[in-house]
Ligand binder design. Structure first.
Ligand code: SF4
Length: 145
């Protein structure tokens, strides 16, 4: 059996791959854009403050936290609002304008439900003990993505 065929890397889409020519695929696979340092810092500070305010904790794997913070920052740059990065939208601009999924989203504000695992309640098996994350931690844990 060809082990390479089973490698998870086989299924990964390079962030630098050009989207296929058909418009149907163009909306699904996009080149990943690196968010600005300013927006990453804004979303990092927001995440720390909101974790403290809501009594939630970051994931024991700070790589998860880092990817979500960068996803929020990317949306802040491109849409002007921190639209949740863990969902699919047919029209991101319309969703950002509507506000339901702008972080902290309504499910988080109302029920402390964060499906991105950015804000975890203490009883969650994946909750760590930190409500802080440094810029260096974000850089280090996302350097190879
Ligand atoms: S699920 Fe809600 S609270 Fe969690 S990152 Fe997305 S928008 Fe923010």
């Amino acid at each position: 059996m060809n082990l390479q065929a089973l490698s998870p890397c086989t299924f990964r889409v390079s962030p630098f791959i050009s989207p296929p020519k058909t418009s149907r695929h163009r909306s699904v696979i996009r080149a990943r854009v690196e968010p600005s340092e300013k927006s990453v810092e804004i979303m990092r500070k927001f995440s720390e403050q909101y974790a403290r305010k809501s009594g939630t904790y970051f994931c024991v794997d700070k790589g998860v936290t880092s990817v979500v913070i960068k996803g929020l920052a990317e949306h802040k740059d491109s849409l002007g609002a921190p639209l949740c990065p863990c969902r699919h939208y047919d029209d991101k601009h319309a969703e950002a304008g509507q506000g339901f999924w702008n972080c902290p989203c309504v499910p988080m504000r109302e029920r402390k439900e964060c499906h991105c695992m950015l804000f975890l309640t203490p009883d969650n098996d994946f909750a760590g003990q930190d409500q802080t994350i440094s810029t260096d931690e974000i850089k280090a844990s996302t350097a190879n993505l």
